[in-house]
Design a protein around this ligand. Sequence first.
Ligand SMILES: *Cc1c(COP(=O)(O)O)cnc(C)c1O
Length: 429
Amino acid sequence: MVSLEQLIALDRQHVWHPYSAMPNPLPVFPVRSAKGVRIELEDGRSLIDGISSWWTCIHGYNHPRLNQAAQRQMKKMSHVMFGGLTHRPAVELAQKLIEITPEPLQHVFFSDSGSVAVEVAMKMAVQYWHNRGKPDKNRFLTIRSGYHGDTFAAMSACDPVNGMHHLFSGLLTQQYFADAPQIRFEEDWQEADISSFETLLEEKGDRIAAAIFEPVVQNAGGVRFYHPEYVRRASDLCQQHDVLLILDEIATGFGRSGKLFACEYANICPDIMCVGKALSGGFMSLAATLTTTHLSEAFAAGEAGVFMHGPTFMGNPLACAVALENLNLLESYDWQAKVAEIESQLKKELEPCRSLEAVKDVRVLGAIAAVELHQPVDMAVVQPQFVEQGVWLRPFGRLLYSMPPYIIQPAELRAITSAIYQVAASVQG
Ligand SMILES: *Cc1c(COP(=O)(O)O)cnc(C)c1O
């Protein structure tokens, strides 16, 4: 067995990490195990996880019910192909997803990751219009500050500046970008906020297959909470201009924003919805693209006669069995009350950050909090600072943010908010 020093050296030498350079100049922290809200490091330190491993493990790590669901399923089979075969875990999970999402969504396409769920959604929209005899409707309308994943089609809909589109110019399809919404979640709605979105639909609607955006909460593009009326108006406008609506609920889905799905704030239903991240409770990679019958009906009559997509590990039984248990778990307690408690504690305890010189803004919605600084943080400094304080947070750009597991206790959340305050206080303004 390699020593801890060797492990770190080998990692540095050979293993790419997300958005990292090679060899990795930033510290990485070897993990031995994780349980509940805690991540146990190899060096014996224990961290309270304030971001649920990128917003996935809503019920904490190593949950006995999720473990049991996986073990039960493993005794039967961990995988079989989905072409020509089916199984209970996938069908029962599909049924559950249809039950908990808005009623018009009736069909589920499983995939392995959020980015792929977005690719599938975009491909479906393009093929839909092809089937309907309008092959020129193959572009997308999206809003700035969005994030939809790292694959090429998903990336084309990410914020062009954050996503560094110029690096891939010529390869990335040019989409249409409306201004990012400015009216905040709690402010009074103003119709001007939707005008750039509306103008693009009026001018380019015959080229646009679908609008795609994250409803109410823009996550990795900046942790911004915007007015639900924007979503409602955008949905109406898409209908008026014969453009499909894809909502990316990969980050917001399963209660994170305070509603089970953020589109519920606007009381609308998209033609296509993407879910991922918290779907399996952070246990393993799984995502899904849901569609209405109106959309899916267009496929049988089209040129291909089928939807042209089929991942090798589609509908993986192990992932589906765990995800089903995770959704049953979510239904088994008052998660809404829990998220509301987290929200009010985050609001109360992060409010003092507002008076710090380095802090530009503090915002909280559901179990999501962001403290925005004036300057980008230095990860080489800030990441170890959080670890020293016994918490795991992963800032990006100018944002210190938290999306804790729903099972977090008040004292543990207090450790998160106080670490954020300490770090924000230590940054130069
Ligand atoms: C994380 C995320 C994705 C991409 O999901 P991956 O599983 O990382 O491919 C897409 N959309 C949103 C809104 C996300 O937060």
